[in-house]
Design a protein around this ligand. Structure first.
Ligand code: HGY
Ligand code: MN
Ligand code: MN
Length: 409
């Protein structure tokens, strides 16, 4: 009976569409930055669904929300989860799919009258995206004891807000303690957000791990001056140094090759005027690689270049690490199960690393964890055009259902 159990794809797609009405933006995307009022709206909707499904909902002191479905026995739950905060130009699947597919599994089990031996849980973690508050995966990092709660609460947003104040403002500073809760195993269903599965004709990704992430913020202090009267040899142009670092990051990724990626996603100049030499520049550099040694080499070369260029231009240079996570490998036997279950369902499946960071990489610190990917059309994500076909959503959620049932027995 259990082997024939499948989720209700219609119902899953309906929930995804409903959640996407919280913070909707043109083009069918979503803007639900962590701990904003739209994040609260999304949280309230999902918590309401958790309660409707009979889950015992707990909210911890960093705003992580866990809905528990009782098993025949007590003990650490088998958890499905992800995040419902998005980037400003977000799609409706990134993170949301993993949480709503977890709910769909619960409802499917409710409909079938199945009670698993171990308890099951569905979780969403605070500030996975790391767009508003850094680092990314902040909530799950606190959940596993990787970041002290009081430090996390003091985190300042890019808009200046204090994380703890925002948590209180939206009513999600919960009573549950944080740090090392017991979880039996963790499975996260997520859209690939890259081009591999679609390009190679696979439906399921058995994710072997997550690549290393290095986020650095550079602050450059120059001298504002008249754009017309100041000879080039007398300039201390913060904007020029920021541009050099940006171009260098691209060259660096090309030279290192392999999986190396480099992104300057945020760049602000001051006073940001057409006829004034910039006296201040703030930019972020996102470096990633599946190989830790290569990632360290990339950081070393970037920092050396930035320092040299700043010195030659006679500007000051400060550097701040916003996030730094080494590559993580998922539990090999669980990766193997994702692959075997996909094959069982007749779904073409491929093993691959994750280019994006995920809460699963934090849960892997306290329990066996793995991820299931489904294809992203044209590999697009962090973009309103993010899309995954309903059949692929359903296929991924069916693999999640089967794996959770196995782990919960
Ligand atoms: O940046 C990331 O990889 C994720 O979207 N937080
Ligand atoms: Mn995500
Ligand atoms: Mn994301």
């Amino acid at each position: 009976m259990r082997n024939n159990l499948r989720i209700n794809g219609e119902r899953l797609s309906r929930r995804l569409a409903q959640l996407a009405t919280k913070g909707p933006i043109d083009g069918g995307g979503v803007s639900r930055l962590a701990l904003t009022s739209t994040d609260k709206d999304g949280r309230d909707l999902v918590v309401g669904w958790m309660k409707e499904l009979g889950l015992a909902v707990s909210i911890d002191a960093i705003g992580n929300v866990v809905g528990i479905r009782a098993g025949q026995e007590d003990g650490p739950p088998v958890m499905a989860g992800s995040h419902i905060d998005t980037v400003v130009t977000g799609g409706r699947y990134d993170g949301n799919l993993g949480v709503l597919a977890g709910l769909e599994v619960m409802e499917t089990l409710n409909d079938a009258g199945i009670v698993t031996k171990r308890p099951l849980a569905v979780a969403f973690f605070t500030n996975e995206e790391g767009s508003r508050f850094q680092p990314d995966m902040l909530g799950s990092l606190v959940f596993v004891g990787g970041l002290p709660l009081d430090r996390a609460l003091e985190t300042k947003a890019i808009d200046g807000a204090r994380l703890g104040d925002e948590l209180t403002r939206i009513g999600y500073a919960g009573p549950a303690p944080v740090g090392h809760p017991s979880v039996h195993a963790y499975v996260e269903l997520h859209v690939e957000q890259g081009p591999v599965l679609e390009a190679e004709g696979f439906t399921i990704g058995a994710v072997e791990g997550v690549q290393g992430i290095s986020w650095t913020e550079f602050t450059i202090g120059g001298q504002s001056n008249h754009a017309g009267t100041t000879p080039m040899r007398l300039r201390h142009d913060a904007g020029y140094v920021a541009a050099e670092i940006t171009a260098f990051a691209r060259r660096l990724a090309r030279e290192i090759g392999g999986n190396q990626v480099a992104t300057v996603g945020a760049l602000t100049l001051a006073p940001n005027l057409v006829n004034v030499v910039a006296d201040k520049a703030v930019l972020t550099v996102d470096l990633r690689n599946t190989d830790e040694a290569r990632l360290q080499e990339a950081e070393k070369r970037l920092f050396a270049f930035a320092e040299e260029t700043a010195k030659a231009e006679g500007v000051s240079l400060d550097r701040r690490t916003l996030a730094r996570f080494e590559p993580v490998a998922f539990a090999p036997d669980m990766v193997g199960r994702v692959e075997a279950i996909a094959r069982d369902f007749g779904l073409p499946v491929k093993r691959l690393p994750s280019g994006a960071g995920h809460d699963a990489q934090m849960l892997a610190r306290i329990c066996p964890a793995c991820m299931i990917f489904v294809p992203s059309v044209k590999g697009i994500s962090h973009n309103v055009a993010e899309y995954t076909a309903p059949d692929d959503l359903t296929a991924g959620a069916d693999v999640l259902l089967r794996l959770l049932l196995e782990l919960a027995e």
